[in-house]
Ligand binder design. Structure first.
Ligand SMILES: *Cc1c(COP(=O)(O)O)cnc(C)c1O
Length: 352
């Protein structure tokens, strides 16, 4: 079997490998030495890229020296997940839903990853022992009606491992809605076999949330895998991260969301970038994002319009972004920030 994951840029296919310049190659070496987010991409995703530094696929997995530029706004835990930790690997921030960090690895490292610090250390899939306190917590908190299974990427685990996890959750909480958060249908579509989709079916209510940032990611294999889900009665929702130089264009986003509708997928969130270290070069200025979203609204059906949202840095929670969300501005020690109103009325800073 051919190698599925590429962990050295020298193993990239031609002509991509020739597009890696000396600066990039040197930067990748320093990542491995410094414990930064390593270089890794699935062979499938790499094959979608073009040998051009501005290519929207290449930029998502290729480390760029810009990652090394210190960002005064960077936060190791940008969503403040540690604040809402209910048990190891369980985050309970919103009353009726909780987030399980089940997965260990991913099928590649997205350079804009908000769990960059967590992903930079090797993790394993949640063990039976680690799951016990999670199950106890879920039994003791009947107000939780939904669990997000995220990671890493839960689909990196084998079907048998997933089945054991789903079974344990089902026994603890029969009606609990399972939300599988995964990017593998994009990066490794062959993983989503009919057997896996049937496993999902057996544990309904279950929904899948994927991440897609560009229409070119919806390759033939991905379309087929997602059609199988839809055909088998597994609702699929799509999250998109707004990324500078990749999809910060209303036409590109409209094309992506239209394609999602064609496939029977529901665009869900368009995320303003979180403040993870090494990702500032991907940040679309908030006012640019707001203008872009207004333009997007004019281009697509309401069915295809995701909610433009931000996870307030430091644990403030998700808020929808719209014209008028900026309640004020001030100059903090790191620079100019906008003040955004959180769910409880408190003002939270986000870089301008
Ligand atoms: C995003 C998130 C959720 C889910 O929020 P939705 O608005 O339902 O998508 C749940 N828990 C945590 C900690 C989250 O970050």
């Amino acid at each position: 079997m051919s190698q599925v994951f590429i962990t050295s840029w020298k193993e990239l296919p031609e002509p991509l490998v020739s597009s890696v310049d000396a600066q990039e190659a040197a930067f990748i070496e320093t990542l491995n030495a410094s414990g930064g987010l390593p270089f890794m991409v699935s062979a499938h995703f790499a094959a979608l890229a073009k040998p051009d530094k501005t290519d929207p696929i290449r930029q998502q997995f290729m480390p760029y020296p810009a990652e090394g530029v210190p960002d005064p706004f960077a936060l190791a835990d940008p969503l403040g997940e540690a604040k809402h930790q209910a048990a190891p690997r369980l985050v309970h921030q919103y009353r009726d839903r909780a987030l399980l960090l089940a997965g260990g690895s991913c099928a590649g490292y997205c350079r804009y990853c908000f769990r960059r610090v967590w992903m930079s250390r090797p993790q394993h899939f949640i063990s039976g022992e680690e799951l016990l306190p999670v199950l106890v917590y879920l039994k003791g908190h009947p107000e939780i009606r939904e669990i997000l299974i995220s990671g890493g990427d839960p689909l990196m685990a084998e079907d048998g491992t997933l089945a054991t996890l789903f079974q344990s959750l089902r026994i603890a909480r029969p009606g609990l809605l399972l939300r599988i958060c995964t990017r593998l249908p994009i990066t490794q579509p062959s993983r989503l076999t009919l057997e896996t989709v049937r496993l999902f079916r057996a544990y309904r209510p279950l929904r899948m949330v994927i991440q897609s940032n560009h229409p070119r990611e919806l390759a033939a294999g991905t379309q087929e895998a997602l059609r199988t889900c839809v055909d088998q009665g597994i609702p699929v929702h799509v999250q998109t991260v707004l990324l500078r130089g990749i999809n910060d264009d209303a036409q590109v986003l409209a094309a992506l969301f239209r394609e999602c509708l064609q496939l029977g997928l529901s665009p869900y969130y368009l995320f303003q970038l979180d403040l993870a270290p090494g990702t500032a070069h991907f940040r679309v200025p908030l006012k640019t994002g707001l203008a872009l979203y207004e333009e997007l609204k004019r281009h697509i059906s309401g069915l295809g319009l995701p909610v433009y949202a931000l996870d307030l840095p430091g644990g403030g929670g998700k808020i929808p972004l719209h014209q008028g969300v900026i309640a004020g501005e001030q100059v903090d020690s790191q620079g100019l920030v906008y003040l955004l109103q959180g769910p409880e009325g408190k003002l939270w800073p986000y870089p301008a």
